[in-house]
Design a protein around this ligand. Structure first.
Ligand code: GDP
Length: 299
C-alpha cells in the first residue's frame, strides 16, 4: 500500500548510514519506530494501541544483530511484521469456527449497515461450499422488514434455506424455533441474523443477551465495518462487555480501510478476527489470516 511503501522508504532513509555497523542502536530504533507509529495511526490504529505496539517492537529491535542478508530497514520491518502477526492472532488457529453442536449455532450481532445480513449469507455460502455443511439462515431482525426480505433473497441466490416468522414475532422465539426447524430439515449449522441498530442501545443489547442465554450459540460473532476505524473498536468493546464475543467478521476490507481496526480490536478486547469480507458478492469472504493482514499493512 502506498503509505507503507513510503514507510519502507522512510526507514531506509533513516538507516542508510547504519550499513555495516553491526547492531541496531536505541537511537536508530527510536527514529524508525517513530515512523512506524505514525504509519499505524494513519492506518486507523488507536493511539494507545500504536504506542503499546511500538514499545513491544522496541524491546525486540534494540540490540538485534544486523543480519547480512537484510538491510536494517528490512530488519525493523521484519520485527514489526512478526509482532503484528503475533498481536493479530499468531500463526495458530485463531480463525477457526466452533461448529460443534446439533445444530451448530453461529450468532451474528452488529450495528445496522455493518454488513451483518450480507455476512450471514456469505458465511452460509462459505460453510456449504468449503465444509460441505448444510446451513440454515435465520431472520431474527424484527425491526427492519427489509432485512428479512434481503436474507430471503440472498438465501435463494446461494441455495440456502431461510427460516423466518411474521413481523412482530419475538426474536428469541424465532431463534429457538429455528433450531427445531433445522433438525427437521437436517441442517447442521444455524446462522442467526439478529437485529442491527444505528447505535448501540440497552434494548438491543438485552435482546442479544436474551437470545444468547436461550440458544447457547458456540459462536457469537460481531460484524464490524473496517471503514469505521476507531469507532469499530468502541463497538467491539461494548458488545464484548455485554455478550462475550467469540470472534469478529471484519467487513468492507475491499475498500481503502487499511485494517488497523483489527489490531486495535484485538489489543483492546482480545477477540479474534475470524473472517474478513471483501466485497458485496456472496463469495467475498475469507478466513482471517494474521500474516496476510500484516503484509497488507506493511505493503
Ligand atoms: P446490515 O444492516 O448490517 O445487515 O448490513 P447489510 O448486510 O445490509 O450491508 C450494508 C451494505 O454494505 C450493503 O449495501 C452491502 O452490500 C454492503 N456490504 C456488506 N459487506 C460488504 C463488504 O465486505 N464490502 C463492501 N464493499 N460492501 C459490503
Amino acid at each position: 500500500m502506498a503509505m507503507f511503501e513510503s514507510l519502507t522508504k522512510r526507514l531506509e532513509g533513516i538507516f542508510q548510514n547504519l550499513e555495516g555497523r553491526g547492531k541496531l542502536t536505541e537511537e536508530d530504533v527510536n527514529s524508525a519506530l517513530r515512523e512506524v507509529r505514525i504509519a499505524l495511526i494513519e492506518a486507523d490504529v488507536n493511539l494507545k494501541v500504536a504506542r503499546q505496539f511500538v514499545d513491544r517492537v522496541k524491546e525486540k529491535a534494540i540490540g538485534a544483530d544486523v543480519m547480512g542478508s537484510l538491510s536494517p530497514a528490512q530488519q525493523v520491518l521484519s520485527i514489526v511484521h512478526d509482532e503484528l502477526v503475533e498481536v493479530l492472532g499468531g500463526t495458530g488457529e485463531s480463525n477457526k469456527l466452533d461448529t460443534n453442536g446439533n445444530p451448530a449455532i453461529i450468532m451474528l450481532v452488529g450495528l445496522q449497515g455493518s454488513g451483518k445480513t450480507t455476512s450471514a449469507a456469505k458465511l452460509a455460502n462459505y460453510l456449504r461450499k468449503q465444509n460441505g455443511s448444510r446451513p440454515l439462515l435465520v431472520a431474527a431482525d424484527m425491526y427492519r422488514p427489509a432485512a428479512v426480505n434481503q436474507l430471503k433473497t440472498l438465501g435463494k441466490q446461494i441455495q440456502v434455506p431461510v427460516y423466518s416468522e411474521p413481523m412482530g414475532s419475538d426474536p428469541v422465539d424465532i431463534c429457538v424455533h429455528s433450531l427445531d426447524y433445522a433438525r427437521e430439515q437436517a441442517c447442521n449449522v444455524v446462522i442467526l441474523d439478529t437485529a442491527g441498530r444505528l447505535n448501540i442501545d440497552e434494548r438491543m443489547m438485552q435482546e442479544v443477551v436474551n437470545i444468547r442465554e436461550r440458544v447457547h450459540p458456540r459462536e457469537v460473532l460481531l460484524v464490524a465495518d473496517a471503514m469505521t476505524g476507531q469507532e469499530a473498536v468502541r463497538v467491539a468493546k461494548d458488545f464484548n462487555d455485554a455478550v462475550s464475543l467469540t470472534g469478529m467478521v471484519l467487513t468492507k476490507m475491499d475498500g481503502d480501510a487499511r485494517g488497523g481496526a483489527a489490531l486495535s480490536i484485538r489489543t483492546v478486547t482480545s477477540v479474534p478476527v475470524k473472517f474478513m469480507a471483501l466485497g458485496e458478492k456472496m463469495d467475498a469472504i475469507q478466513p482471517f489470516y494474521p500474516d496476510r493482514l500484516a503484509q497488507r499493512i506493511l505493503g
